[in-house]
Design a binder for this molecule. Sequence first.
Ligand code: SAM
Ligand code: SF4
Ligand code: SF4
Length: 338
Amino acid sequence: MEKTIITDKFNRPLRDLRISVIDRCNFRCQYCMPADQFGPDFEFLPRSALLTYEEIERLAKIFVRLGVKKIRLTGGEPLLRRDLPILIEKLAAIEGLSDIGLTTNGVLLPKLAAKLKEAGLKRVNISLDSLDDELFGKINGRGIGTGPVLEGIQAAKDAGLGVKLNMVVKKGLNDQDIIPMAKFCKEKGLELRYIEYMDVGSTNGWKMDDVVTKKEIYEMLKAEFELEPVDPAYYGEVAKHYRYKGTDANVGFITSVSESFCSSCTRARLSANGQIFTCLFNGNGQDLRNFMRNGASDQQISGRIAEIWNGRNDRYSDERTAETNKNRKKIEMSYIGG
Ligand code: SAM
Ligand code: SF4
Ligand code: SF4
């Protein structure tokens, strides 16, 4: 099949694909899967509903022919999906795909980091919102201290994987950890990215007042460190980067709320059960799994994806107001993938 470049209604190409491999998680982070909403009775997807690795590989190849260069595996907690290195190996063999990433809470990395690296994974983003055991346990809703995540970070480094850390900052919860996390990462030579708390889904009770903006974080950092801006590495790069002057160490910001970046958003998302979402804030996805299971050819699947992407006019973060947040049905991040 020929390579085709597709664009949406705002002329944005399709470049990135985030694939959620599972909707389950071993954490219950209060900003993502609050424990009172994702309790023991919560119905997760049955195994038969999940795309198989063969199905993911097939779709990934079609997406690559439509312009995707980067794939990120996410969830839920992607390392809970059995034999994930097998999927990495399949994806790493796809011609034309220049990068595969993985976002994880890190707890299972001591067991899996070396196998993931061997399978072809180059780098991981690990989420860590606090260095304080008690607070971290409260945030992750499971009372798990920082130890297992720190061990995961070390295991990833030992395996030779590139490591970046993600920290979601919520006002009044972990803003006091902004500087300690910066110091920790600078010392360890890890890039830290501060993520503005977002109104994904409808279970986390998001309020604009809970957001600590990039500007606020930057001012705090500037009081401690000398920073200089770094040019974006490529079109559509999500994080805005700064360098600690006189070092090679960077710090980044994901400013989804205060400085939206919809105009260069080239990301599609594939949920664990094979629905495509063209924006993190969509209410519904569009099915690819049943289409594929009912016998669609690669050509037909490609045609369907192109049609969906050509019709895309999403720019939720550009348009966000208190009203859009309240009145819009939005899919949960643990289902669609961060
Ligand atoms: N379980 C993995 C993890 O936590 O890294 C991967 C999935 S998680 C949904 C992906 C990323 O989304 C994590 O870095 C997480 O902190 C972030 N995230 C989840 N809910 C968020 C929210 N409401 N606002 C901003 N980031 C959020
Ligand atoms: Fe799980 Fe990641 Fe969501 Fe936390 S942010 S509940 S680790 S999926
Ligand atoms: Fe992309 Fe939607 Fe986020 Fe805008 S709000 S950057 S269109 S995912």
